[in-house]
Design a protein around this ligand. Structure first.
Ligand code: SF4
Length: 496
């Protein structure tokens, strides 16, 4: 078989942007490298796909060994169908340069049913479009299709005992929608093939389509002309408004007209960036700091959200807290004490976590967190799941205070914060050379921590497990250390 021209993913890519389709075909070397978060997202999709195969057990896998050569897969699918196989995973079809690899292909008397699996919790227009493409290729290659369905995660499902596959997934027939879209699919395929035949890069400028429906992986190439400190860095400004400015030739912050409608917070960001100056509201800062008195705890949680519930009484994608770091200072000059907890990656970490956190925070003192809404929600969820501790948890909740407020409300802002009040921006903005830096850590943000913890569930190599655990402990510890350093700087700067 000659190399295929389009597949389901390149069909969707082409609908998003012709230039992206072209670059992906002829200039793969310009593609951005996948971030660990994106890699985790893809691998989650694959894991859910493999799990969903159990909906139709006993099938035969026709997936190719090498994803650049589908010929063996096409041959195997043909053989399996002619041998009377009832269920085929990754069945492959080819028609006129188009490839379709179908997640689950199930015999229905003389016809076949297509099941396309999504790790999402509902179906989107893009899912229907990609199912319509699969339907088109399968029917055009001469297969009689009786139905086509999307299989997605059911968030109502609660695990009791072993996973109940039939309840974990929701199956929705999209046959009617797929049939209605066949003309659109045919015309789009013709158009996209023409784009690829033309051999010249489509002249398409950046736009809102660069992130819709998916973030494009050629942004590093196409967005090179956007300078640092541009309109695209303005925090909280709608994408539509940014492109309205861009399309008028307004790109750098200094190009923004004086009378342009910005919120007070955006105005501070732009003014500080243009004049390279700090913005400090001394009275508000003083009032905030007067309310922060020792003894003090500094607390940070880490959570993960497994698509397939790992523990009893949990739902798909339910947020599960698996780690905390807690520092304690009795007075401003007292020795710093550190407490921490990290789940084992195999069993439900929530009960042992709360049973350690409550004694660790027993001594009176305000509990400082960075983003109170997040930490309080976690504590309330723990109180709901373990009602025997709800009284003590409510007491801890009453002591929680939020160190993020001065930065969120822009009592203190510097251009280095780039419009963000995340601790990852605030720390280097306040302390250019802190004793430890996020960028030097193996795990340097919450998404990576989440994926690393989830990997402990299946990792059996003791060295690799230990390395991941060590990296998680370092990362979470830095979050609470950063809070201490930030508070120290605020106090030293005479803001108290
Ligand atoms: S970055 Fe935007 S313009 Fe460039 S290829 Fe991707 S979607 Fe198209």
């Amino acid at each position: 078989m000659a190399r295929h021209i389009l597949s389901k993913s390149t069909f969707i890519r082409g609908i998003q942007c012709h230039k992206s389709l072209f670059l992906n075909r002829y200039h793969k070397e310009l593609r951005d490298t996948l971030s660990p978060e994106q890699e985790a997202l893809f691998s989650r999709g694959t894991d859910v796909g493999i799990f969903a195969q159990q909906l139709f057990p006993g099938g035969v896998d026709a997936s190719p060994e090498n994803y650049y050569d589908f010929s063996p897969s096409l041959k195997k699918t043909k053989q399996l169908m002619s041998r009377g196989t009832d269920v085929i995973y990754e069945a492959a079809f080819h028609h006129d340069g188009l490839l379709a690899a179908i997640d689950i292909f199930v015999k229905d008397n003389t016809r076949w049913k297509i099941y396309e699996v999504k790790s999402a919790t509902s179906i989107s227009d893009t899912h229907i479009l990609d199912a319509s493409y699969q339907y088109y290729v399968a029917t055009q290659s001469g297969i009689a299709i009786s139905d086509i369905s999307l299989v997605h995660i059911n968030t109502e499902y609660v695990r009791h005992g072993p996973i109940d596959i039939a309840s974990l997934f929701t199956i929705v027939s999209v046959l009617k929608e797929a049939r209605e879209k066949q003309n659109f699919v045919r015309e789009t395929i013709f158009l996209l093939k023409t784009v690829l035949k033309n051999k010249s890069l489509p002249a398409i400028d950046i736009g809102e389509h660069c992130d819709s429906p998916y973030p494009c992986d050629f942004k590093g190439y196409c967005w090179q002309h956007i300078p640092e400190n541009s309109i695209f860095d303005i925090s909280g400004l709608y994408s539509k408004k940014k492109f309205e400015l861009y399309n008028k030739g307004i790109v750098a912050l200094q190009d923004i007209p004086d009378d342009y409608d910005l919120s007070p917070s955006q105005h501070i960001q732009v003014k500080c960036a243009l004049n390279n100056e700090k913005h400090i509201k001394n009275d508000e800062m003083k009032r905030f700091l007067q309310d922060i008195t020792y003894p003090l705890y500094f607390l940070d949680f880490e959570t993960f959200q497994p698509a397939i519930p790992l523990f009893e009484n949990t739902r798909p994608y339910q947020r599960i807290v698996f780690q905390y770091s807690l520092h304690y200072k009795e007075t401003e000059y007292a020795t710093l004490l550190h407490f921490e907890f990290l789940g084992d990656g195999k069993t439900d970490p929530r009960r042992p976590l709360i049973e350690k956190l409550l004694p660790d925070t027993k001594t009176p003192g305000a509990i400082l967190v960075y983003n109170k809404a997040f930490e309080c929600t976690i504590m309330k969820e723990l109180a709901e799941s373990f009602p025997e501790y709800s009284g003590e948890i409510t007491e801890r909740l009453s002591r929680i205070k939020d160190l993020m407020i001065p930065f969120q409300k822009k009592y203190y802002y510097t251009p280095e914060m780039k419009g963000s009040y995340s601790i990852k921006y605030v720390l280097p903005a306040l302390i250019p050379n802190p004793p430890e830096r996020y960028e030097d850590l193996e795990i340097c943000n919450g998404d990576i921590a989440m994926n690393a913890y989830e990997s402990l569930n299946t990792e059996s190599n003791p060295q690799k497990r230990e390395r991941t655990r060590h990296a998680l402990l370092r990362y979470c510890r830095l979050d609470t250390l950063a809070m201490i350093w930030i508070l120290e700087i605020m106090e030293k700067c005479g803001m108290k």
